[in-house]
Write a protein that binds this ligand. Structure first.
Ligand code: ADP
Length: 378
């Protein structure tokens, strides 16, 4: 009998699980938020992932339930488990990707390195943190942030008053996370996959380049990274994976300082933008690996297929027309570039696709990937 995997969420991450599922002979079904989403091709249901009955009906016919995002509420996840549904990653692990305060507490408990941080409930507490951290800090909303939304650099105790007011209105007694403003040299990401049995594999550590709080480019492996820094990044990601009991893919975003320190920024418990390079640059893509891990199948080789792979996000897309119309020109000019389109309408700042290029000369690979991606812009 064919194994059936259900993916909650119809975005591009679910979409990119479809091809590997077909190749593995796995039936994939998607619960999309609305019709016409990126993963519509495999959407067998459309509905609200916060509604227990909607998710329950979807989960009834699948062997394993997994996710395209981390937003399914804990009570929904726990009700599914009580129903006997295999949920990977499970709620105990997912809580740390859902709530940045819970994540900071857990990283502290695991003894892994991270920026100084505090939980602050009002401007006074934020002021006290600022006073002891050079009057600059980063404030984050613990829940619901992505692509830099919900992240703000502050220099005064009153700079987060609107967020404190929103929390007070919410009435649930929440708090904000404040962190030291890390003077990082660059940002890294370490990805691992972990099976329910605990078996784990790690991918080469990559560098992520953010622009305006959004990932713009990934270089795999991170260029010029000292072996001990790469080993430390992998040690941290492995420690997190075992420490929180994640199943499936885990990406740990990290800050690397000029002095060689590596600090945890945050986690994602699913395929992640920092791992898109693996589709064309690694023996096993993160999407195939995620399916293998959540289905408790033997994990695939994580080795790179080429000395360098560069991934460039296509952000926004063309001002006029569709992405599809640009394909022929991009393909003609860059036959070595692998283009991945998400089937989403172009909109300023929106991630609508990405380009991977692999090769042995990093400068050439980088230039080629950027040039190929530029065909999809303006
Ligand atoms: P999101 O959940 O929106 O991805 P992140 O917590 O990853 O938010 O923050 C987005 C970006 O903001 C990071 O990639 C980094 O460039 C910057 N940033 C976040 N936290 C800090 C910090 N403590 N110090 C310096 N820069 C930070």
């Amino acid at each position: 009998m064919t194994v059936r995997v259900g993916v909650v969420g119809g975005g591009q991450l679910a979409r990119m699980m479809i091809a590997p599922a077909v190749e593995l002979g796995v039936e994939i079904r998607v619960l999309a938020e609305e019709p016409g989403m990126s993963a519509a091709l495999a959407a067998t249901a459309v509905g609200d992932y916060r509604d227990i009955e909607t998710v329950r009906a979807f989960a009834k016919d699948v062997d394993v339930l997994t996710f395209d995002h981390e937003h399914v509420p804990q009570d929904v996840l726990r009700a599914l488990i009580a129903d006997g549904v295999a949920v990977h990653p499970g709620p105990d692990a997912l809580q740390y990707a859902q709530d940045k305060l819970a994540m900071r507490r857990k990283v502290a408990e695991l003894g892994l390195p991270q920026p100084d941080w505090a939980e602050v409930a009002d401007a006074e507490a934020l002021g006290a943190f600022l006073a002891s951290h050079g009057s600059r800090a980063v404030v984050k909303t613990p829940r619901g942030g992505y692509d830099g939304k919900g992240v703000r650099v502050v220099g005064a105790a009153t700079d987060a008053d609107d967020w404190f007011a929103a929390l007070a209105e919410d009435g649930r007694g929440g708090a904000l996370l404040v962190e030291e403003l890390v003077d990082f040299d660059r940002e890294l990401a370490a990805q691992v996959a972990r099976r329910p049995s605990g078996e784990l594999v790690a991918y080469p550590v990559v560098e992520t380049v953010q622009r305006g709080g959004v990932c713009a480019e990934v270089v795999a492996p991170a260029a010029g990274l000292a072996p001990e820094v790469a080993a430390e990044a992998t040690r941290i990601a492995t420690g997190v994976a075992h420490g929180v009991g994640v199943t499936g893919m885990l990406a740990v975003e990290l800050f690397a300082t000029a002095s060689g320190r590596v600090l945890v920024n945050e986690f994602a418990m699913r395929p992640h933008n920092s791992g898109h390079w693996t589709q064309d640059g690694a023996v096993t893509s993160q999407f195939e690996q995620h399916l293998r891990a959540v289905l408790d199948l033997p994990l695939g080789d994580t080795a790179a297929r080429a000395p360098w792979t560069v991934m460039i996000n296509v952000l926004g897309g063309p001002v006029a027309g569709s992405l599809d119309e640009r394909f022929a020109a991009a393909m003609a000019a860059h036959p070595d570039a692998k283009v991945h389109a998400y089937g989403k309408a172009p909109r300023p700042g929106r991630k609508v696709g990405h380009v991977n290029v692999s090769g042995s000369d990093l400068d050439a690979v980088r230039a080629d990937a950027a040039a190929a991606a530029s065909f999809f812009l303006d």
